[in-house]
Design a protein around this ligand. Structure first.
Ligand code: HEC
Length: 96
């Protein structure tokens, strides 16, 4: 999969949305809170609408390997489900 290309695309999208990280949907929900808490430590937060639910699922699994690599606690089953529910509820809808 062309992750290099995708990263460039995400970078461009974020550069054009002035507040990529501050304009989270439902900012006071459990999911947004957990997202800020667990996902902002290493890079800025990506807006849920940038990826489809399938891509979020893939990224959550992928980030788990980063957590392990950098010695952080992995996501628990509950945390992963909360994050996925939140991200997919606000995710990009696949075209078609
Ligand atoms: C331990 C550090 C760390 C934490 C915490 C972390 N990430 Fe990441 N993340 C990375 C690194 C390193 C990259 C860039 C390398 C890569 O794409 O694999 C990245 C890249 C990303 C990307 C962009 C991928 C791309 O190709 O442009 C997304 C989306 C992402 N992370 C989502 C998340 C989510 C969701 C969480 C919370 C579950 C999270 N990250 C928490 C380290 C982290």
């Amino acid at each position: 999969m062309a992750w290099g290309v995708r990263r460039v695309i995400l970078g461009l999208l974020c550069a054009s949305l002035t507040a990529c990280e501050t304009s989270l949907p439902e900012p006071d929900s459990e999911g947004a809170r957990l997202y800020r808490q667990r996902c902002s430590g290493c890079h800025r937060l990506y807006h849920p609408g940038l990826l489809t639910p399938e891509m979020w699922q893939f990224m959550l699994a992928r980030m788990d390997t980063e957590f392990v690599r950098l010695g952080r606690p992995s996501l628990s089953e509950t945390e992963r489900r909360t994050l996925f529910d939140y991200l997919s509820a606000h995710a990009q809808r696949p075209a078609g």
